[in-house]
Write a protein that binds this ligand. Structure first.
Ligand code: FES
Length: 149
């Protein structure tokens, strides 16, 4: 049972952040936002050039249904969300004969060619003839953006 000072510091910092965030006291009246410089980067609709450092934005978290997934055929990647807030990505190339999987339904990623199915949680084979799991792809989830690493 060791009590750490770190916990208390975290609480204090959080409280300070909240106070600053609400920004009521003082009333400078300028409307200058002295919040954290990060945060709100509004989605530029129509621009199309949304580049994130370290990778390409693949999707928004809202595009991936909980308990399901979405196939990005042009990227040959399928992104799943087995549980709320938990995102996984796999190659969309079937390990049987290389067709692209085309849908996610009932907890599996399905190949249209010969009926192979892979589990959304880990890409493992739920039904053959696929001989191997779908290889995992690396993604990063930052806010609402899912980036292919
Ligand atoms: Fe996918 Fe045969 S290529 S099941």
């Amino acid at each position: 049972m060791t009590s750490h000072a770190t916990g208390r510091r975290t609480v204090l910092l959080t409280a300070a952040a909240l106070t600053t965030g609400c920004g009521a006291s003082g009333g400078g009246g300028g409307g200058t936002d002295t919040g954290t410089p990060e945060a709100s980067a509004p989605a530029t609709t129509g621009g199309g050039s949304s580049e994130a450092p370290g990778g390409t934005v693949l999707a928004r978290t809202s595009e991936i249904p909980v308990g399901g997934g979405t196939v990005f055929a042009d990227r040959k990647v399928v992104v799943t969300q087995p549980k709320a807030g938990e995102f996984k990505a796999f190659s969309a190339v079937c390990t049987h004969q290389g067709c692209l999987v085309d849908k996610v339904a009932d907890g599996t990623i399905d190949c249209p060619c010969h009926g192979s199915r892979y589990r959304i949680a880990d890409g493992s084979v739920a039904r053959g003839p696929a001989p191997r799991p779908l290889p995992a792809e690396r993604i990063t989830v930052s806010g609402e953006e899912i980036t292919l690493a």
